[in-house]
Design a protein around this ligand. Structure first.
Ligand code: FAD
Length: 302
């Protein structure tokens, strides 16, 4: 595909644009091929123009958070990957907190904790952005984004701005309306509650300690590889099936936590996909349980 008109537009409006950007630098597993184009957007108005232009030129767009839940094709991603990482402002008004979609979730947790605002402690250590966290309805240790979000601003697939409220977001286990409506989240508003700063930090540090103890944070991964099947824990099922430590190429079922597939040593995305299939087939054969990926595959067919 000829992207010259699209890249010309990006440069005209002052956007940082790269060609053939290695996506392994932009995702948790650190695998995958190149994005044809990688563009970093600074504000909502420019994002609207970018969406309109991409539509008129037939350039597919993929919105990137921190890539912490992505598995990128070894054959790369067609079209433009759009990073919102520069849209990272946080504003706090009493118990109401608004953060732009590219804000790091950890940075938000720190900012609100320092203001003595409680509600986001569970999210400390989830290595994504605010936009990615709402898209996934990220959750941990008994909390989820659904508990604290009140509304979100977005840019539609036609390039128009809008606002939606929690009631319309279809928030469920690792899912939201944004998975189906293609709206790009630009800003999220949360309602938190006043708390004790020291207690909030204490809880966050305890949860971070649990992560360090239980999760293979020393290796690239996308967190839990599979969703929790009803009535089971994915990690426990995988472990019971003797799959802990099993490898395909450079990918391994973590020896520390069987719920994580890790990039142990120069894995390809194909290694990870093949290992995921092996795990799914074994668990289905022995337990009749279908493990559904929590990680999102993106890019050209492998
Ligand atoms: C070590 C580790 C631990 C983890 N622990 C947890 C955990 O405890 N709980 C949990 O829920 N998850 C966990 N995860 C997974 C991951 O961090 C979350 O799913 C996170 O919310 C993804 O955010 P992201 O910004 O990285 O999104 P990405 O991975 O970049 O994208 C995920 C999806 O969101 C879409 N998206 C991103 N931003 C936007 C936007 N602004 N508008 C529209 N769509 C958007 C993308 O297109 C993509 O489809 C973990 C991952 C790792 C690596």
């Amino acid at each position: 595909m000829d992207y010259s008109l699209f890249t010309e537009f990006c440069k005209e409006v002052g956007l940082e644009v790269k060609l053939n950007e290695p996506m392994k630098n932009h995702n948790g597993f650190k695998t995958g091929g190149n994005a044809d184009i990688f563009v970093t957007v600074n504000d909502t108005d420019t994002l609207c123009l970018l969406v309109e232009t991409a539509n008129s030129l037939g350039v597919p767009l993929f919105i990137l958070g921190k890539g912490s839940n992505l598995l990128v094709s070894d054959k790369g991603i067609e079209g433009a990957v759009v990073s919102l990482r520069l849209m990272d402002e946080i504003s706090i008004d009493g118990e109401t907190v608004t953060a732009e979609a590219g804000t790091s979730l950890t940075a938000l947790c720190v900012a609100v904790a320092n203001e003595g605002l409680s509600g986001l402690e569970f999210a400390y250590g989830i290595p994504g952005t605010v936009g990615g966290a709402l898209y996934m309805n990220a959750g941990a240790y008994g909390g989820e984004i659904k508990d604290v979000v009140i509304s979100a601003d977005f840019v539609s697939s036609c390039g128009e701005t809008g606002t939606t409220t929690k009631e319309n977001m279809n928030l469920g286990y690792r899912t939201s309306c944004f998975k189906t409506d293609s709206n790009i989240i630009t800003k999220v508003t949360f309602k938190l509650t006043k708390g004790d700063k020291a207690e909030i930090w204490d809880k966050m540090n305890t949860l971070m300690g649990k992560r360090r103890d239980k999760q293979p944070l020393e290796y690239p991964s996308a967190g839990s590889t599979f969703k929790r099947p009803e009535g089971y824990f994915a990690g426990a099922l995988i472990e019971e099936n003797g799959l802990k430590g099993v490898s395909v190429g450079g990918a391994q079922v973590s020896e520390k936590h069987a719920g994580f597939v890790i990039n142990k040593s120069n894995a390809t995305t194909k290694d990870i996909l093949d290992l995921m299939k092996k795990v799914q087939d074994t668990v289905f054969e022995n337990n009749g349980v279908k493990l559904e990926p929590e990680v999102i595959f993106v890019g050209r067919e492998q």
